[in-house]
Ligand binder design. Structure first.
Ligand code: SF4
Length: 416
C-alpha cells in the first residue's frame, strides 16, 4: 500500500519547518495478512480476484482452525489482519474471529462490499472494535451497479458508509479503476468528503481472477497518470489544510516514482529527501511484508497470486510456509534486488518501486520477472527501454502454479 497522504503531510511539515521530518517507522517482524475467510459473496463483481459466487464453498477453515492459525500469526509477529472474502460478513462466526483478533492485539480491518450492512449490523461492527472498515465503491450509482451486477448495490453500500459513520467507525471507500469507471473518480472523491469517510483507497487493476479476464479494458496509462495526479493534488491540499483524511493506493508501486516526479515538479527543494524517504519505503512487498491466506487455508504471496499455492496452513504453520524459499517465486520475491528483467532491471527507480507487481508480468508473459506491463512511467522517465515480450506459449513459467486452484476458480465453474 502506498500512503500518499502520509508523504504529503511530511512535505507540508517540511515546508513549515524548513526541514524534512525524521520519520521512524516501526518495522513489524511479520507481514500484514489479508485473509479471505470465506469465498461466498452475495455479489459477482466484474473485477473480483476471488471469482466468488453466492453459494457455500466446501472445505473452508473452521473456527478452531482459524484460531490455531491466529496463534501462529501472532507468534510470527504479524501486526495486522485484514478480514476479507468473498463477503466476510456472510461468515457466521466473523464476530468471534474479530473479537479474538482484537483481544490478541492485531490491528483488525474489515473489507466488505457493504451491501449487507444495515443500522443494527453497523452497530455490531462498531461494538466489535474494528480498526477500519473498507467499503468498495466502483463509481457513482450507474457505474457501480453495473460493475457489481446488482441494481441498488450503490445505495446499499452508501447507506453502510453512513450507518458506520453514525457509530463512529473509521470507514473508507475502496475504488478499483478501469477504463470503464475512471470518469467517476472526481465525483467519488467528492462523495468521500460529503459523506465524511476518512480514507480513499485507490486500487490499480491487477491481473487476477476476473480482473485478468478484463485486463484488455484496463485503464490506459494516461488515464492512470491523470488519476494519480488528481489524488496527489487532493492529498496535498488536505495536508496543507491540516486535514487528516487518508489517500492511499495499491497494486502499482510505480506510484512511488510517480510521486517523486510530482515532487520534482511542485516542490523541487524536497526531491532528494523524498527520494530517500521512498527508497526506505522500498516498493512492492508481496511475499515479504504482505501475505494472503485464502478460504481453504492456502497461503499466497498476495491476494493476486491465488493461482500460486505456497502451502496450506492445515499441513504446515503459516510461519513455516512463509519462510520457505524453496519455492522459486518466493525466493525471487524475497531476493534483494529482485531478479527482474527488461526495463525494470535497468530502471533508475528499482530501489523505490522494487519492480512493481510481479503477477502482471506473469499473467501477460508467463515470466514473473519480466518488466511490469502495468508500469505507467515512460521509458524516458525510468531511464530504460521497454522490451518486446514473447508469447506465453513460447516461454516456460518459472512459477510453480497450482492446477487445483486454476481449475477450481474458473469462471465457468463459478457461474454454472
Ligand atoms: S520500470 Fe519497473 S522498476 Fe521502474 S518504475 Fe516501472 S515498474 Fe518500477
Amino acid at each position: 500500500m502506498f500512503r500518499i497522504s502520509q508523504y504529503m503531510r511530511e512535505l507540508a511539515k517540511a515546508e513549515k519547518t524548513g526541514c524534512y521530518p525524521q520519520v521512524c517507522e516501526r518495522q513489524a517482524r511479520g507481514p500484514v495478512v489479508i485473509w479471505n475467510l470465506i469465498r461466498r459473496c452475495n455479489l459477482t463483481c466484474k473485477h473480483c480476484y476471488a471469482l466468488s459466487a453466492d453459494h457455500d464453498y466446501v472445505g473452508e477453515l473452521s473456527l478452531p482452525e482459524v484460531f490455531t492459525v491466529m496463534d501462529d500469526l501472532k507468534g510470527f509477529g504479524v501486526p495486522a489482519l485484514i478480514l476479507s472474502g468473498g463477503e466476510p460478513l456472510l461468515r457466521p462466526d466473523i464476530f468471534d474471529i474479530s473479537a479474538r483478533a482484537r483481544e490478541m492485539g492485531f490491528y483488525t480491518g474489515l473489507s466488505t462490499n457493504g451491501t449487507l450492512i444495515d443500522r443494527p449490523l453497523a452497530q455490531r461492527i462498531a461494538q466489535a472494535g474494528f480498526d477500519y472498515v473498507g467499503i468498495s465503491l466502483d463509481g457513482l450509482k450507474p457505474t457501480h451497479d453495473k460493475f457489481r451486477r446488482l441494481d441498488g448495490a450503490f445505495d446499499r453500500s452508501l447507506a453502510a458508509v453512513r450507518f458506520l459513520g453514525e457509530f463512529g467507525v473509521k470507514v473508507g471507500l475502496r475504488f478499483t479503476m478501469t477504463a470503464m469507471n475512471a470518469h467517476d473518480l472526481p465525483n467519488l472523491l467528492q462523495l468521500m468528503k460529503d459523506e465524511g469517510a476518512n480514507k480513499f483507497y485507490f486500487s490499480h487493476l491487477n491481473y487476477a481472477g476476473r480482473g485478468n479476464i478484463h485486463r484488455d479494458k484496463d485503464a490506459h496509462h494516461q488515464s492512470t497518470r491523470a488519476a494519480m495526479n488528481l489524488l496527489f493534488d487532493r492529498a496535498w491540499a488536505d495536508a496543507q489544510a491540516g486535514c487528516m483524511d487518508d489517500y492511499v493506493s495499491g497494486n502499482n508501486d510505480a506510484d512511488g516514482p510517480f510521486l517523486l516526479h510530482w515532487v520534482r515538479q511542485h516542490l523541487p527543494q524536497w526531491e532528494a529527501a523524498m527520494a530517500e524517504r521512498l527508497t526506505r519505503w522500498g516498493g512492492n512487498a508481496s511475499g515479504q511484508m504482505v501475505a494472503n491466506i485464502d478460504n481453504l487455508g492456502h497461503v499466497h504471496p498476495d491476494t493476486m497470486w491465488w493461482h500460486h499455492d505456497l502451502g496450506c496452513v492445515r499441513e504446515r504453520p503459516f510461519s513455516e510456509i512463509w519462510n520457505d524459499t524453496s519455492d522459486p517465486l518466493m525466493a525471487g520475491l524475497k531476493q534483494h534486488p529482485r531478479p527482474v528483467e527488461g526495463r525494470c532491471a535497468g530502471c533508475k527507480y528499482l530501489a523505490i518501486c522494487n519492480g512493481n507487481t510481479r503477477v502482471r508480468a506473469q499473467q501477460l508473459t508467463g515470466n514473473p520477472w519480466f518488466e511490469d506491463p502495468g508500469c505507467y512511467l515512460t521509458d524516458e522517465e525510468v531511464g530504460a527501454a521497454s522490451t518486446p515480450f514473447e508469447a506465453p506459449a513460447s516461454r516456460s513459467s518459472s512459477s510453480r502454479t497450482s492446477s487445483r486452484i486454476t481449475r477450481s476458480r474458473s469462471p465457468e465453474t463459478d457461474h454454472a
